[in-house]
Structures are given as structure tokens and as C-alpha cells.
Write a protein of this length. Structure first.
Length: 411
């Protein structure tokens, strides 16, 4: 696609839509109505409105509910099996690649590369696995509508693990420990049908991935102190981070998309990052993701979910393809951001300062034309960039060490 023909994509929404997003975010989370009994003292450097905006980003963690389409969601034996399978390289066609090869626990479940490399090179950056339990769409393009179907995808992709349903089934049948663990998790002997067994592998891994919840952070302690009206405890939060928060919820309008406790609306936008790959091929982003999820035989509308009434399938049923979806990518969580660079769908921004500078110097010509602009160049000073980076850093904390369960006994 020539440069002159680049489809202009979203990243712009009307002010009314932005206001609706903010209102929905304010109504969607526990603690949404909480506010300090009195306005914060001037020394805190935040207005009452800014405090209320901060409260909408918690509390953390929010409650979790099992996936109704996954009968082993939340079950301990399935979690143990899923953990083992996540670190199991024999599931790949070469016996050399596991899910953990790209999603490394010590790197915030990413790999530190601009673009992932498994059996082949990817076009996109490896996404973190933190906090997947609360998401609706999966992947940079939302090409999967459940965590279990998304867990199957890398097993089959030629450039990832390059396996097949028959190969995955053969591994489970040939490893007695895995076969016993499957029977314990699913209450039945191994499925005779390879595809159904493959789906169950995805469901076990999803049960494990749902347990990956990022730790509480300095921001969470600050936010909870604001809710209690404990100004003394709130003052322990660094002044630079408070100034960055004021920009984030104020003129930066970052909270229009990075909403709620996860700091993400889970949707898709164009933020002016190039969607050409290697200067020639186009990554269609959400446009391709919608096409993929609607044609996926493992989507929530197919026959592999465990919710007989189609619970959770409404969004898949009603999602519609639009020209504006070209070049849109998922709004990522900002939690544990320090661990997960480089940033953006193509890994093109190396650090948090580069991310903030991108929004500060935004090229409006790169954004699509319909609707009123939500994104505008922020024109931040160097000190304001420092403050916003300080705030973003406060959304990360040292995560508990994860030990590989590849050699753990399964019962």
C-alpha cells in the first residue's frame, strides 16, 4: 500500500464520546463513588477533581470471576496443569520452544525484544501476560475473544511453535504424568478427538494465565490513602509522580483510554505509530483482528465453549468491520510498564521517555480524519516529561519471583 494511500485510522473520537468513556469508567469499578471527606490540602498539589480521577483507577486488584466458557477456569488442578504446559517445550514441533520462550517471567512476561522471535520472526512486540483475566479481546489486534482460544493460537502458528492438534495430542498421550494431570483436571481420560484435546490444553493454560495478577504498587498505596482521606500517607507518594498524575488525568487526557484499575479500556486506537512492517508490508491491526476473530472456529460463537447459552459471546456476535480499524492496536495496560519495554505494537519506542515524547510531539497528519480529535500534541517541557515518566514508573512494583513449574510434580 503506497504511503499516499495509507488508511487513516482511529485515535480520534468525539468529545461527547470521550465524556461517555470517562463516565462509563467512573461507573464501572469498585470504589468509583469513593472520595475524601474534604478537599486535599494544597501541599498535595492535586485538586478535588484530580483526586476523584485517581480514585477511578482502583482499588487493586479488582474481583475476578471465572470464564463461563472455560469449565476449568479457577480450578487448582487445571492451573497446575496449565502452568506445566506453559513451560513445556515438547508442545512445539521442534521440541525447543515453549510459551515461556517469549513470555519470560523475569521480563514481565515479555522478551525484551522489539519484535518477538520464536521459530520465526514476528511483526509485533511480545505483549505482557499480566492481568489477562479481566480482558475481553486478546492480542494486539483482538484476534481472539477468549483467553483459552488465544492460548491455542501460538501452538499452531508456523512462526511461533509450529505444532498441530495431532502433535499436541500425541505429547499428552505419550507423557504419563501429563495424561494423569489431564484426567485430574478435566475429570475424564484423554479426549479421543485431537481438536477437543487441543482446546482443553488451551483451557488449562488459560486457567494458569488467569492467576498472573500484577502486584500492588506505590500508586495503589497512594490511591487508597486518598480514598481514606489520609493526607499524611498520601504525601509519601513522590511529588514528581503527583505532578505526573495531574498531567495524566488532566490536559494529557491519557485517562480517556487508559481507564480503570488496569489503566486500559481494552479497546483499539490509532495513536500515530507506523503500521508498515519493514517499510513495505502493512500490518492491518484491528481490521485484520476482527476478520480473524469472526472466522475463528474456536471463537465464543463456535461449539468449543462450555457456556451452553453463549454467555460472553455478545461482543463477538456484534463486532463489525470498519475502514477506520486499519492500523488500530490494543490499548495496553500500564501496570508493570517498567518491565515490559520496548513499547508499542512494533516495539519501536525504546523507553518510557520516548513514549511520552511521542505523545508530546504527536504528528496529527498520521491520524485518521473522521471525528473530533481527542489526541493532540501535548507540547510537554522536559520537566513535565520527567514528571509523567515518574508517574508511569509508580505503576510498577517488584513482582514476586516465578519459578518454572516444568519439573514440578502433578497430582
Amino acid at each position: 500500500m503506497p504511503t499516499s494511500a495509507r488508511p487513516r485510522t482511529s485515535g480520534r473520537i468525539s468529545r461527547r464520546a470521550a465524556a461517555c468513556l470517562a463516565a462509563v469508567a467512573a461507573l464501572s469499578w469498585p470504589g468509583r463513588a469513593a472520595a475524601a471527606a474534604t478537599d486535599p490540602p494544597p501541599a498535595l498539589g492535586l485538586s478535588g477533581a484530580q483526586v476523584r480521577a485517581a480514585l477511578a483507577h482502583g482499588p487493586w486488584p479488582p474481583p475476578r470471576r471465572p470464564d463461563p466458557a472455560n469449565r476449568v477456569s479457577g480450578q487448582s488442578r487445571a492451573i497446575a496443569l496449565g502452568c506445566r504446559l506453559f513451560f513445556e517445550s515438547r508442545l512445539s514441533s521442534t521440541g525447543t520452544i515453549s510459551c515461556a520462550s517469549c513470555h519470560r517471567p523475569e521480563r514481565g512476561w515479555t522478551d525484551g525484544r522489539e519484535r518477538a522471535t520464536a521459530l520465526g520472526a514476528h511483526d509485533r512486540n511480545t505483549q505482557t501476560l499480566w492481568n489477562l483475566a479481566w480482558q475481553r479481546w486478546f492480542g494486539w489486534d483482538g484476534g481472539s475473544d477468549s483467553l483459552w482460544s488465544h492460548s491455542v493460537r501460538p501452538l499452531l502458528a508456523a512462526h511461533e511453535m509450529g505444532a498441530s492438534a495431532a502433535h499436541v495430542a500425541r505429547v499428552l498421550r505419550s507423557v504419563p504424568e501429563l495424561a494423569r494431570a489431564y484426567a485430574a483436571a478435566f475429570g475424564t481420560v484423554l479426549q479421543a478427538d485431537d481438536t477437543r484435546l487441543l482446546v482443553d490444553v488451551g483451557k488449562a493454560m488459560a486457567a494458569y494465565l488467569e492467576t498472573l495478577v500484577s502486584p500492588r504498587t506505590a500508586f495503589d498505596a497512594f490511591r487508597d490513602a486518598l480514598e481514606r482521606g489520609d493526607w499524611h500517607a498520601a504525601a509519601a507518594y513522590p511529588a514528581a509522580a503527583r505532578r505526573g498524575l495531574a498531567i495524566f488525568v488532566g490536559r494529557g487526557r491519557c485517562a480517556a483510554c487508559h481507564v480503570g484499575p488496569q489503566f486500559s479500556n481494552g479497546e483499539f486506537h490509532d495513536i500515530g505509530i507506523d503500521f508498515f512492517v519493514d517499510g513495505s508490508r502493512v500490518d492491518p491491526g484491528r481490521h485484520g483482528g476482527i476478520r480473524r476473530v469472526r472466522s475463528d472456529p474456536l471463537n465464543r460463537l463456535g461449539g468449543h465453549g462450555d457456556a451452553p447459552d453463549g454467555t460472553g459471546a455478545m461482543h463477538t456476535r456484534h463486532v463489525r468491520l470498519s475502514h477506520r480499524n486499519w492500523g488500530q492496536f490494543k490499548v495496553p495496560t500500564l501496570r508493570q510498564l517498567v518491565e515490559t519495554g520496548p513499547y508499542m505494537h512494533n516495539g519501536s519506542l525504546p523507553d518510557l521517555r520516548a513514549v511520552v515524547r511521542h505523545y508530546s510531539e504527536l504528528d496529527l497528519e498520521r491520524l485518521h480524519s473522521d471525528g473530533e480529535a481527542l489526541l493532540v500534541p501535548l507540547g510537554l517541557s522536559d520537566s513535565e516529561i520527567d514528571d509523567l515518566v515518574a508517574f508511569l514508573r509508580s505503576l510498577s512494583a517488584e513482582a514476586p519471583q516465578v519459578t518454572s513449574c516444568a519439573s514440578s510434580p502433578l497430582r
